[in-house]
Design a protein around this ligand. Sequence first.
Ligand code: C2E
Ligand code: CA
Ligand code: CA
Ligand code: CA
Length: 279
Amino acid sequence: QGGNRCQSFTFAFNIKTSRASENLNMEAELHYALERKELELYYQPKINLETNLIFGAEALVRWNHPTMGRIAPHQFIPLAEETGLIKPIGEWIINRACRQTKAWHNAGLDFLTIGVNLSGVQFKQSDLFHKITQILFNSSLEPQYLELELTETILIENIKINIQRLNLMKKIGVQIALDDFGTGYSSLSYLQQFPFDTLKIDASFIRNIDSNEVNAVITKTIIEMAHKLGLKVVAEGVETKAELKFLRECKCDIMQGFLFSRPLIARDFKNLAFDNIKS
Ligand code: C2E
Ligand code: CA
Ligand code: CA
Ligand code: CA
């Protein structure tokens, strides 16, 4: 009918075409997201369960589109991977996260670590190591404050090469976390071949950990084994006090979740971190 109006023939037809054009539209828009400064990092606090203090943040990307609104990472990261846009977008994310963290260090929060998620395509880029070295140098962030978060699915093919790549990162002092632990192949002995510093237990195991006996046993065992292997453990998606209490009893090292805070914009994270050290 012209303009934004259209008459659909059948329900199915309508769904199909609107999805396809939505994707095309998104792809076109994603090309401009960086130069239009539409991407933004949110920061979710990670809490040290021994001291009850914030010790770092995980950077989580959002796309603020002028008409489509705020778009979640699972809606556009796969598209960014398909189109190759993940390269500039991924670099922007690492760069932004490192610069922001250095700024917090300079402001007096000099203990903060930053977790940055890497997608599969991003991790496979041959010049990733070079890029990260460059970003660390240019931002003056000491490498030990950067932690790369990777999932098993990314690492499981070409294990030998991936171990080598991770070892290169480790050599310059960057930390490595295994993300979403429990959702993939999950053999800790197998994963021990990788140079991880941290293991992040997926939120699905933390859910109702205080009442769900299966989740309780799994989580308890993961924490014990991880500690024996010299890994720090982060519990993801902690939402209730009861879950937190159980995690403390299991000697989990770090927690992250809505119970303490949702992901925040940089200014709010900074204020929260200052309040946290004063209290
Ligand atoms: P993830 O790395 O497992 O990140 C944790 C997700 O859980 C985040 O969703 C976070 O907002 C959410 N979350 C945190 N605490 C809670 C809680 O207590 N309850 C619930 N229900 N959810 C909680 P988000 O930001 O939508 O990110 C989803 C996924 O998208 C991430 O999962 C990560 O795989 C990916 N992602 C996010 N940011 C980036 C990025 O900068 N680069 C790449 N490559 N992937 C990213
Ligand atoms: Ca993560
Ligand atoms: Ca995760
Ligand atoms: Ca996840």
